[in-house]
Design a protein. Structure first.
Length: 299
């Protein structure tokens, strides 16, 4: 991807975040430490320079082509301009000839977690200055502080996006299983229900809100638990196998109802290991639980 495009994407994503007291604290500290009237944390896109945090200046952005920071991000070490009027790159710059009348500039590049330049931490004055090696080191240290905060914001934004995507996926999955013509329950690796659809609740005569957290074994007639647990173990250990059983479900109305059940492994669900149970009443006259078949593939 084009480096300038990456810079723009990163800057845009950060500009939509709320003001940061932590970044403002850094610019205030920089202004006090170097006895400068202006300090900025800037972000650049392809056309503009945005001030993510500012101290001592009324501007919120400038064009990139007149930005001192556009020059600073092209190098590893801080860019120090003792007197902009004497520097051919900047002496006719409108930020030098007009407000804020920049004479001195020192800026250190801020980089993304992947190493792409985002902008700078910089200090400015309307009077020329010298900048010692000690000052340069201090500016680089402050820039690392700002960079760390930007990285934290980036990580938090990515985590929020991941949670949002997972929530959307979960809502879609819930909608899909609720449309199914059979009862479906999802189990964790311990055989505890984590989600089920309405038809499963209807078939077991149980309130849907009370089913998550319930042991699957507790829903089955005690006489059938051994076969059910053995089948669950098989489904866990052999994902391609789909045990197909007839079991008695112990309904909430104290009646045991024979049902045909299929168990299939769904390893890509969020739980460590999730199983789906397909439940439908059977008209077969049964006197004991049994395995109808064990076959490869989903039921």
């Amino acid at each position: 991807m084009n480096q300038e495009l990456v810079i723009g994407m990163d800057a845009q994503s950060r500009l939509h975040r709320p003001p940061s007291e932590e970044l403002d604290r850094i610019t205030r500290t920089a202004a006090r430490l170097f006895n400068m009237p202006m300090a900025l944390i800037t972000l650049l896109d392809q056309e503009r320079q945005w001030f993510r945090s500012r101290c001592g200046i009324d501007l919120e952005e400038t064009a990139r082509d007149i930005s001192f920071c556009a020059h600073a991000i092209e190098q590893q070490e801080p860019l120090v301009v003792p007197d902009a009027r004497k520097d051919p790159r900047f002496r006719s710059n409108p930020l030098v000839t007009g407000y804020p009348n920049i004479r001195f500039y020192a800026g250190q590049t801020l980089r993304s977690r992947s190493g792409e330049p985002l902008g700078t931490l910089c200090v400015l004055d309307s009077h020329p200055h010298k900048f010692s090696q000690k000052d340069t080191t201090a500016l680089m240290d402050l820039a690392k502080w700002a960079e760390h905060h930007l990285h934290l914001e980036e990580a938090q934004s990515e985590a929020a996006s991941a949670r949002s995507a997972l929530d959307r996926q979960q809502r879609l999955f819930t909608h899909i299983i609720d449309q199914a013509e059979v009862g479906i329950a999802l189990l964790d690796e311990h055989g505890v229900l984590v989600q089920c659809n309405r038809r499963f609740g209807t078939a077991t005569r149980r309130d849907l809100t009370g089913l998550p957290g319930t042991s699957f074994a507790s829903l089955i007639d005690p006489r059938d638990v051994f076969l059910a647990e053995r089948s669950l173990s098989l489904a866990r250990s052999t994902p391609d196998m789909a045990p197909h059983l007839i079991l008695r479900f112990h309904r909430n109305d104290k009646v045991s109802s024979w049902s045909q059940v299929g168990l299939s492994s769904l390893p890509r669900r969020p739980a460590c290991l999730v199983l789906s149970s397909l439940l439908r009443p059977t008209s077969t006259t049964c006197t004991k639980p049994r395995s109808i078949c064990l076959h490869s593939g989903m039921i």
